[in-house]
Design a protein around this ligand. Structure first.
Ligand code: MG
Length: 373
């Protein structure tokens, strides 16, 4: 393994785990975190949860599982170049979406709506709740007992009122400090991954066209380059080659600009990283292009009428499931009954958030279709 930089997180400068454990044998603390995440139930469920498209719409679209793997791949490449802790970056990337509801943002919005009077629902907080509490597979503790830095990286954003309830991982939001560079990196890698795969999935689904994307700087620049080098390239390869080059450009730009930012700040410790502004960032020109692409996707893909029709259905499924379980917690599987007595709304939210797209649809049918058992 490459020697990490002085500003990287290591098992030596880590704040450790809430529940003390013997040091791992043959792997680092952060490799252990990654391994626990991969073996969790919530991680396996990512395979059947979606970002933009519903899981049954097509086998080639990204799911949250393949998305998380792409985030980890991008983040690890940059981490190695910046001499950051690759294992930590990988652990955060693989865990960052564990708390997502079924049906992507539509599901999250619907669940938040149902939970308004009960403290709300936020997928970042839920991801933390999964690794801190909801996974129940170890004899000595609830959750996965991950290192502080992995948990801190999972909690990307958080409202101040929630931060106050979260103890150690919430403190930085109150002090207005930054998380580790590894956490910052996983966050930007997430953005690189979804912007690019949404272009790819958007084109494959036919909801976006190459002509439309021709007006977007970063796409048209790279597409032109591919066409010049390969004038007879077919349509599918043109898209792949363009997206591939876009990711390459973003990764290189992110590496160079972050290197520059790190050099401009004398970082001697993790505390210096926390006190500095966000250092893992694109150059201003690329940042502008990313904003342009994001805006385009939001207008043309996330609000496309076909996506909106699906979103509408998803909202209804989540909403109706919540109401039914909230009124009658006994309708949930028995393992939820004890927790539901203590806090009905939060337990129902945990149950629904844990569902995959297809499980939620099946559960909806089982509850509301009279001819289903
Ligand atoms: Mg993500």
């Amino acid at each position: 393994m490459v020697e990490v930089a002085i500003y990287a997180i290591t098992p030596r400068n880590s704040r450790g785990r809430a529940c003390r454990e013997a040091p791992p044998v043959g792997r680092s603390e952060f490799q252990r975190d990654r391994d626990r995440i991969i073996h969790s139930t919530a991680f396996r469920r990512l395979e059947y949860k979606t970002q933009v498209f519903v899981n049954h719409e097509g086998d080639l679209f990204r799911t949250r599982l393949t998305h998380s793997l792409e985030v980890a791949q991008i983040a690890r490449s940059v981490a190695r170049n910046l001499r950051l802790n690759e294992d930590l970056v990988e652990a955060i990337s693989l865990a960052h979406d564990l708390g997502h509801t079924p049906f992507g943002h539509a599901g999250q919005d619907a669940l938040h709506d149902c939970m308004k009077a009960h403290g709300g629902f936020e997928h970042n907080l839920q991801s933390l709740r999964v690794v801190d509490l909801l996974e129940q597979r170890y004899a000595a503790f609830d959750g996965l007992n991950l290192c502080f830095e992995t948990r801190e990286g999972i909690l990307k954003h958080c409202a101040l009122k929630n931060a106050r309830l979260l103890g150690d991982v919430g403190a930085r939001f109150i002090k207005r400090q930054r998380p580790s560079l590894e956490a910052q990196l996983a966050n930007v890698a997430d953005e690189i991954a979804y912007n690019n795969h949404d272009v790819d999935d958007g084109l494959r689904s036919g909801l976006l066209t190459v002509e439309q994307l021709g007006s977007i700087g970063i796409f048209s620049r790279h597409m032109k380059e591919v066409r010049q080098e390969h004038p007879r390239i077919d349509a599918r390869r043109l898209v792949h080659e363009t997206v591939r080059r876009m990711i390459g450009t973003l990764v290189i730009d992110l590496t160079r600009q972050s290197e520059k930012n790190i050099k401009a700040h004398p970082l001697r410790s993790i505390d210096d990283v926390r006190a500095a502004p966000a250092l893992i960032a694109f150059s201003p020109a690329i940042q502008r292009e990313q904003q342009e692409l994001k805006k385009f996707l939001s207008l043309n893909l996330y609000r496309h009428h076909q996506v909106a029709r699906m979103t509408n259905k998803a909202r209804r499924v989540v909403h109706d499931l919540f109401q039914a379980f909230f009124r009658e917690p006994q309708l949930m599987p028995p393992q939820y009954h004890a927790a539901a007595t203590a806090d009905t709304a939060r337990t129902v939210a945990d149950y629904i958030a844990g569902m995959t797209d297809r499980y939620a649809i099946r559960e909806y049918r089982r509850l509301f279709a009279v001819d289903e058992i």
